[in-house]
Write a protein that binds this ligand. Sequence first.
Ligand code: V47
Length: 359
Amino acid sequence: MLAQIERKIVNGERINEEEAIFLFNSDEIHIIGQLADEVSKRINHNRVYFIINRHINPTNICINRCRFCAFSRSKGEPGAYEMSIEDIIQRLKEAEQSSQHISEVHIVSGLHPEWSFEDYLNIISAIKKEFPSIGIKAFTAVEVDYFARLSGLTLEQTLLRLKEAGVDIMPGGGAEIFNQDVRNRICPEKISGERWLEVIKTAHALGIKTNATMLYGHLESYEHRVEHLFRLRSLQDETEGFLAFIPLSYQPENNDIKVPYPSGIDDLKTIAVSRLVLDNIPHVKAYWIMLGEKLAQVALLFGADCLEGTVIDEKVAHFAGARSKHGVSVYELVHTIKEAGRIPAERDTFYNILRIWQD
Ligand code: V47
């Protein structure tokens, strides 16, 4: 079957679910990686993208207690925190000073039992007012669903309010694994996969681009991963609203699902098979925070074309045992990309190139 898949990829044809499952089960990691690399180069040439950004998590207080999540707390529990708007603005000013400029802020929060939709909107409008040129990537489909329920607005109205306040694109978090049996075991309180897809489809229809993620390496099977990837491919055929796909490698510390970290081979294979299945999503990110800086570099030869960014002060993965740094400098990202033989392309939120980092 591998020869048949190779022929298809070389001819620019799509692989089917059975073939994707075959690839996950295969040990031919070099061949799979090389095929994914070819597809990546076809789409993005030799470029690898990164962004000068900062992650901000305004609160970790959350009404959902997902079993894989080491970040969330109940109100009053040790370690629970809430940032004020002043704190957030201050953090961004510090990031601007230390990096000269930042192009994007990535905001993912908890579902706080006492905050209103207005409280979340005020965070966005305050950032937009203070830093009009910084792109805002904010709130997952899970949060948007929560805001709609809190406010009694429709999904369309909720998303339009976010857009008016200054949201430019939405991150891809909260997708986990769409299969409901797996969801019941890893995040029983979270919205269903169907609802996640509905929120994202609505955002795309309103012209809001989003990313998509897949959390792997916990209790799911290869079949579940493939089902997840094909749901995303079908939605992208309809909407063309996804900018990037980010496989999230499960971090197993301080949470309730006790399995080993995914292996390096599993990480690379997942990046590569994702690149091969999602032929209609322009970018695949090697999220160095979860992969580690060195494996993320290798992933650039296995189908990934984006390294996310400088990040600074990441919390979700580090609470769960990520062994990477909390942030890296632009120079480290550029060096990593060049050493992989690729061209470092600094981008904005929408993947417009801001600068090619040549010698
Ligand atoms: O939704 C939570 C995941 C996500 C763990 O869109 C975990 O550009 C691994 O979505 N091990 C938040 N993953 C992060 C996220 C993201 C990150 C970077 C870029 C983008 C983007 C999105 O982190 C959550 C959840 O799926 N997560 N706990 C864990 N233990």
